[in-house]
Write a protein that binds this ligand. Structure first.
Ligand code: HEC
Length: 230
């Protein structure tokens, strides 16, 4: 019995490990994490090319893209290519253009500005969600206009699977597999949710080093002052 239990546990751990191995590790995760600008720029291309037709990013201005390493000319070019409702091209000071309001299967695509912060383990969740579409398991009755997704709570979501290999072409030559696109857009949305993540973590590390140094100075001073004479 005990052997059975133990091997069951080992199998469970293995299965857990395998599931984890499928989710990539993100540079932005953890207390020392930083946004990988190149990944975030590829993620921007995925957002623009695939997600922007349904999802807004209302908290973001084009000029904010300087935060993932775009220069002024690139930002101006990107904004200029967007036509606003007024018929005028967008400027770097405009908010990302929102798609026309819509509903699918009775659900409205949420704004993605802070979706990573709104979901537990947000970056990895977005990755798992985008790669989690699958045929519904036998015995599951699907609601009309819904798709099976094993990362989504309840398993049925009104968003269709939208990522596939080569859904976009990357300017940096990276191979656009479905998994790569999901990871890149997850990194981009992590930045959008927390544009100061890198600066905050760098500040934290510097503060840590400073206080460690201060502690050493305090210890050395204490020893010197309290040194036994004679
Ligand atoms: C054809 C329209 C459409 C496209 C394209 C689309 N989505 Fe969605 N998305 C939706 C709809 C509709 C919902 C709401 C689903 C629901 O509530 O059942 C949704 C929901 C979501 C959610 C919320 C899931 C949750 O936990 O509540 C995320 C995250 C998301 N989409 C990300 C993306 C990303 C990233 C892309 C681009 C790679 C994308 N979507 C492309 C329509 C779309």
């Amino acid at each position: 019995m005990r052997v059975l239990l133990m091997s069951g546990l080992a199998l469970g751990l293995l299965a857990g490990g395998a599931a984890q191995a499928q989710t990539p590790s993100f540079p932005s995760s953890g207390a020392f994490g930083h946004i990988d600008d190149e990944a975030a720029q590829r993620g921007l291309a995925v957002y623009q090319g695939v997600c922007a037709s349904c999802h807004s990013l209302n908290q973001l201005h084009y000029r904010d893209l300087a935060g993932i390493g775009l220069d002024t000319a690139q930002i101006a070019g990107l904004a200029n290519a967007v036509k606003l409702a007024t018929g005028q091209p967008a400027t770097p000071d405009d908010v990302f253009k929102a798609p026309a309001a819509m509903s699918m299967g009775g659900a409205v695509p949420p704004d993605l500005s802070s979706i990573v912060a709104q979901r537990r383990d947000g970056t990895r969740y977005i990755y798992r969600f985008l790669t989690g579409f699958a045929p519904a398991p036998a015995g599951v009755t699907m609601l009309p206009g819904h798709y099976y997704n094993h990362a989504y709570p309840g398993g049925q979501v009104a968003m269709p699977p939208v990522l596939r290999d080569n859904a976009v072409t990357y300017a940096d030559g990276t191979k656009a597999t479905q998994a790569q696109e999901a990871a890149d857009v997850a990194e981009f949305l992590t930045w959008a949710s927390d544009p100061n993540l890198t600066a905050r973590h760098v500040l934290g590390i510097r503060a840590g080093i400073f206080f460690a140094f201060l502690t050493l100075v305090a210890l050395a001073t204490k020893r010197r002052i309290w040194k036994q004479e004679g």
